[in-house]
Write a protein that binds this ligand. Structure first.
Ligand code: IPM
Ligand code: MG
Length: 354
C-alpha cells in the first residue's frame, strides 16, 4: 500500500524534529507493506521569506491531495512584528480551515519515567496521568467575525448546532474506546454559544447511553485540572477554551516536548504535529526533543493510514527509550546526562528493531 504524506517542516526546531521522525518512520514501516511517499512543502515563516505568504497555494493544495500532513512547527521571533494577516501562525489556521480539520485531539500523558517532571504533588499523579483534550478547531473566536476600529475591537464566538454535534461525536467515540467518561467544558452561565453547546452535547450523549457525561465551567475546569487531574479522561471543549486547557494539561505532564496532536476532519485526512512550538531559542543546536513529533507520526499511522500496528510499535519503542534512560535536555533532571535529537531518535530506532 502506498500513501502520500505532505511534510511541512516549518521553522525553528521543526526541520530537526521532522528529519528524525522521517528516519524513525523509515525503520518502522520497513517490511510492513506500507510505503510512504513524502512531498515537502513550505508553510510559516520560511514560506513568508521565500513565497511572500505564510501558506502558499501549492502547500494547501498539496496537503488537500495527500493522505496525511505531518507538520513540525511554524513561527519565530523574526516574523513576530509582521501585520496580523502575515503572521506564520496563519498558516496553521488556514490549513485547519482549508482541510476541514474541526477536531483537535491532544493526549496529555504523564509517563512513569518522567513523573518527577510533573509540577504537581506526586500524590496527585500516582500511577501516571492519561487525559485527552478534544478541542473544536475551526469555529469560535478564532474564526468568528472580528473587527478593529480606531479605539475598539471585537471577536465573536459563534457556533452552529452541526459544528457542536460533530465535535461532540468525536468526543463520545473517543471515550467509548477509553473510560467512557466525558467532561464537556463551557461557560454556559454567561455565554449564549455555551448554552447551545451544552444542549447539543446533551443531545448527542443520548446516542451513547454507556457514557457518563458531565459539564464543567471553564474556570472551574482550569482549577480542577491542577487540583485533581485524575478526575478527567476525555475533555471536549470549544476552540479558545481548548487552546488554553490543552496547554494546561500539557504542563501538568511536565514535558510539553513529549506531546503529540492530531487534527481530524470528516475524512481520513488528518494533520499531525507536536504540541510544542518552533522554539527558535534552541533551533539549530540539535538538542530538541523529537519524541512529540515521533508520537504524532504514530497518531498519523493510526488515524489516517489505518496502521494501528505500526503506531503501537512506535509508541512502545518510545516508552522503551525513556525506560532505558534516554533524555533530551528538556526532560533531563539537572544532574542527568542528556542526549541529542539524533541520539534520541536512534534510541527509538534501536528499540523498533529489537
Ligand atoms: C495551538 C497554537 C495555535 C492556536 C497558534 C499558534 C495559532 O497555540 O495549536 O495551540 O492557538 O491554535
Ligand atoms: Mg495553543
Amino acid at each position: 500500500m502506498e500513501k502520500r504524506i505532505a511534510v511541512i517542516s516549518g521553522d525553528g526546531i521543526g526541520p530537526e524534529v521532522i528529519e528524525e521522525t522521517l528516519r524513525v518512520l523509515e525503520h518502522a514501516t520497513m517490511n510492513s507493506g506500507l510505503t510512504l511517499n513524502y512531498t515537502h512543502y513550505l508553510a510559516g515563516g520560511c514560506a513568508i521569506d521565500s513565497k511572500g505568504r505564510p501558506l502558499p497555494e501549492e502547500t494547501l493544495r498539496g496537503a488537500q491531495e495527500s493522505d496525511a500532513v505531518l507538520l513540525g512547527a511554524v513561527g519565530g521571533f523574526k516574523w513576530d512584528t509582521l501585520p496580523s494577516d502575515m503572521r506564520p501562525e496563519n498558516a496553521l489556521l488556514d490549513l485547519r480551515a482549508g482541510l476541514g480539520l474541526f477536531a483537535n485531539v491532544r493526549p496529555a500523558v504523564l509517563y512513569n519515567e518522567l513523573a518527577s517532571a510533573c509540577p504537581l504533588k506526586p500524590s496527585l499523579t500516582e500511577n501516571g496521568l492519561d487525559i485527552i483534550v478534544i478541542r473544536e478547531l475551526t469555529g469560535g473566536l478564532y474564526f468568528g467575525k472580528k473587527e478593529r476600529g480606531e479605539d475598539w475591537a471585537y471577536d465573536t464566538m459563534r457556533y452552529s448546532e452541526p459544528e457542536v454535534r460533530r465535535i461532540a461525536q468525536v468526543a463520545m467515540k473517543t471515550a467509548m474506546g477509553r473510560k467512557k467518561q466525558v467532561v464537556s467544558v463551557d461557560k454556559a452561565n454567561i455565554l449564549e454559544s455555551s448554552r447551545l453547546w451544552r444542549s447539543v452535547v446533551n443531545e448527542v450523549a443520548k446516542e451513547y447511553p454507556d457514557i457518563t457525561l458531565s459539564h464543567m465551567y471553564v474556570d472551574n475546569a482550569a482549577m480542577q485540572l491542577v487540583r485533581y487531574p485524575k478526575q478527567f479522561d476525555v475533555i471536549v471543549t470549544e476552540n479558545m477554551f481548548g487552546d488554553i486547557l490543552s496547554d494546561e494539561a500539557a504542563m501538568i505532564t511536565g514535558s510539553i516536548g513529549m506531546l503529540p496532536s492530531a487534527s481530524l476532519g470528516s475524512s481520513k485526512l488528518g494533520m499531525y504535529e507536536p504540541v510544542h512550538g518552533s522554539a527558535p531559542d534552541i533551533a539549530g543546536q540539535g538538542i530538541a526533543n523529537p519524541l512529540a513529533t515521533i508520537l504524532s507520526a504514530a497518531m498519523m499511522l493510526r488515524h489516517s493510514l489505518d496502521r494501528d500496528d505500526i503506531a503501537k510499535s512506535i509508541e512502545k519503542a518510545v516508552s522503551l527509550a525513556l525506560e532505558s534512560g534516554a533524555r533530551t535536555k528538556d526532560i533531563a533532571l539537572a544532574n542527568e546526562k542528556s542526549v541529542s535529537t539524533t541520539e534520541m531518535a536512534n534510541t527509538v530506532i534501536g528499540f523498533l528493531e529489537a
